[in-house]
Design a protein around this ligand. Structure first.
Ligand code: HPA
Length: 251
């Protein structure tokens, strides 16, 4: 699942069948610039992959169930491992622009506010009513990513992702709060998708590209152009890590 500015990662997929998500009934369209809305199905590093270029976001007006429908579909297709990527604002002051951060855990502020993709009747064939979220981000996959990054000379940070609904970037007080709460990075996606992936028993690796450092000093505004521009620097590093993990993954 490729986030803002990372769509080109799908170009390396071999023997690709490309499906426009517009042609799939009920698939949530992604309208944000930098998200192309295609599914690319083929082979990468010897593994069969489905790459989703761009995702739908809750702030676009879809229900959280619609936003996470692609993850349900992935499970129905027999997918066992899901790699999520996203662009995120760096809160941890030891991070810098264009760093990568393997997500160790999340704080899902949408969930605090009552927005859950598991809200409503539960179909037990899809997963349990009460889902345990401990260790949702697979330790072994993360360890593999760390090793691959190390060998490639990429400084892969690790940390907690705070998921907000957006589309506003954070206020000064919100940023101070997120920092105190233990978030290392903040973004507008991923956590709800991870919940659905875990509901379906899939293993999750998630990597944030730090597209901007948040403005704890309260002066420099964040803009989406910056997020997309940094995405271009991040994409090759992200690709190296994801390809390495795929290559070494024993499925
Ligand atoms: N805040 C929230 N979401 C983001 C940011 C940010 O600073 N950067 C990229 N996505």
């Amino acid at each position: 699942m490729l986030g803002s500015g990372f769509g080109e990662l799908a170009d390396a997929v071999q023997n690709a069948d490309i499906i426009s998500s517009k042609d799939i009934p009920h698939w949530p369209p992604s309208t944000v610039e930098g998200h192309s809305g295609q599914l690319v199905i083929g082979v990468l590093e010897g593994k069969t992959v489905l790459v989703q270029q761009g995702r739908a976001h809750y702030y676009e007006g879809h229900s959280i169930h619609q936003v996470t429908l692609p993850v349900r579909a992935m499970r129905e297709l027999g997918i066992t491992h899901v790699f999520f990527t996203n662009a995120a604002g760096g809160i941890n002051q030891s991070f810098k622009n264009a760093d990568l951060m393997a997500i160790t855990d999340h704080i899902n502020f949408l969930g605090f506010g009552g927005v859950s993709p598991l809200r409503g009747p539960n179909d037990p064939t899809l997963g349990p009513r009460f889902l345990d979220m401990l260790n949702a981000y697979d330790k072994d996959l993360r360890a593999l990513a760390v090793n691959v990054a190390k060998e490639a000379g990429i400084d892969l940070k690790q940390g907690v992702y705070g998921a907000l609904a957006g589309p506003t970037f954070e206020s000064n007080a919100e940023l101070r709060f997120l920092k105190i709460a233990g978030c290392d990075a903040v973004g507008m996606s991923t956590a709800s998708e991870v919940i659905v992936a875990r509901h379906g028993g899939m293993k999750v690796l998630a990597i944030s590209g730090i597209s901007n450092m948040v403005n704890l000093d309260g002066n420099t505004p964040t803009d989406h152009e910056e997020v997309l521009a940094t995405g271009k620097i991040l994409a090759p590093k992200l690709m190296t890590v994801l390809r390495g993990v795929l290559k070494n993954l024993e499925i």
